[in-house]
Design a protein around this ligand. Structure first.
Ligand SMILES: Cc1ncc(COP(=O)(O)O)c(C=O)c1O
Length: 374
């Protein structure tokens, strides 16, 4: 049996929406994009949504809209997808890393506070695997130090914390519609904010920095980050299906919890914080001998990810930025052991049983998961 790590759920509804858009005679940014922005803003519970071409574009747009510039510092989790650190580099700013929380694997607010300097302008948190980071603590730190908070909800759309939807935290939030994500537009992203001025600047940045009232007048340094109406047509169908897609993920995750419970000494299962609805983008476990376990699963047709095995400060692209800096004990511990096993809304029980059986065999030879000592 072959089990993919993730699989988009696309059927006749999305196909019909694409065909209808192509037949309409308008495929560029237009009414579908506007509607997708409005519907998603309503769903998340924010005043403004700005559609862009990817989450990387959304992160870049967010930092530009907030005015992050050269010589500023932006704090990110040490275990994070590279796009956040790249977005900081695009501003000529400096990425500063903070360690992660040992239970949620999201950025650790206490460590953020230790990394603040007079140059710090923003904190970009990531809702790891679908769990919302501790924005109460992050916003409180930001208030005291006059910083911006950006929520990267690439993995958490559909989830919530204390009654607030993922995508509604921080001064600005962003999310992702890549094919593997909670909902997809094939590629795409969205920026959310309650701040009208930030939204206005974001719309300018995504369209070559062009003044909305005068063609070829460029008031900000921007990029071509526009979403088109074909992407938005897919997004509108996917958004209607989001509750059903999320419920499918919850079903698979809760079944993993039951099927893997007896392996608790060999497999650290995901922690769900109180008052949270987990987005369940991925089911992240910790195992010893992770690379060997991953190799064995691959041999048996089970596709997995280790996101993210290489912490940002060890990435060759940032080799010169973090010389000898190894003060991230939790991130190092998790990066060395994390394994994201297959999870997607339409996963069949037989596929899941097979993954669990292969995993059971693979961890049989592995030692118990080490305790994290800081
Ligand atoms: C947390 C996070 N940030 C950013 C990205 C980048 O998204 P995109 O591929 O849409 O640029 C991803 C995609 O995997 C992600 O998971």
């Amino acid at each position: 049996m072959k089990v993919p790590w993730a699989e988009p759920v696309l059927d006749e509804q999305e196909i019909n929406a694409v065909v209808e858009t192509m037949r309409s005679g308008w495929v560029g940014p237009g009414p579908n994009v506007k509607q997708f922005e409005q519907r998603l803003a309503e769903y998340v519970g924010v005043a403004h949504a700005v559609a862009v071409s990817s989450d990387t574009a959304a992160l870049d747009t967010a930092l530009k809209a907030l005015g992050v510039g050269k010589d500023d510092e932006v704090i990110l989790p040490a275990m994070s997808y590279i796009a956040g650190a790249f977005a900081v580099a695009y501003q000529g700013a400096r990425a500063v890393l903070a360690d992660i929380d040992p239970r949620t694997y999201c950025i650790d607010p206490a460590d953020v506070e230790r990394r603040i300097t007079p140059r710090t302008r923003a904190i970009v948190a990531v809702d790891y695997a679908g769990q919302v980071a501790d924005y109460d603590a992050l916003m409180e730190i930001a208030r005291r130090h006059n910083l911006f908070v950006v929520e990267n909800a690439a993995q958490s759309l559909g989830g919530s914390w204390r009654g607030q939807q993922a995508g509604a935290f921080g001064h600005v939030a962003v999310t992702d519609f890549h094919t593997a994500k909670l909902i997809t537009t094939v590629d795409g992203g969205m920026l959310f904010t309650n701040d009208a001025e930030v939204a206005r600047r974001a719309r300018i940045v995504r369209s070559q920095g062009e003044d909305p009232t005068q063609k070829y007048l460029h008031t900000l340094v921007g990029n071509n980050y526009k979403m088109n109406d074909i992407q938005a047509a897919i997004g509108l169908v996917q958004l209607r299906r989001l509750p059903e897609l999320h419920a499918g993920r919850v079903r698979v995750a809760e079944r993993y919890n039951r099927l893997l419970a007896d392996l608790a000494d060999r497999i650290r299962l995901p922690y769900v914080q109180p008052d949270a609805v987990h987005g369940w983008f991925s089911y992240a476990i910790l195992v010893e001998n992770r690379d060997e376990v991953q190799r064995q699963l691959k041999e048996q047709g089970v596709d997995t990810r280790a996101s993210w095995a290489i912490p940002v400060y060890k990435q060759p692209a940032f080799a010169a930025s973090f010389p000898g800096d190894t003060r991230y004990p939790v991130a190092d511990f998790v990066c060395a052991r994390v394994l994201n096993i297959p999870l997607f809304p339409t996963m069949a029980e037989a596929q899941q049983d097979y993954v669990v059986e292969c995993l059971r065999q693979a961890v049989a030879a592995a030692p118990p998961v080490a305790a994290l000592s800081r």
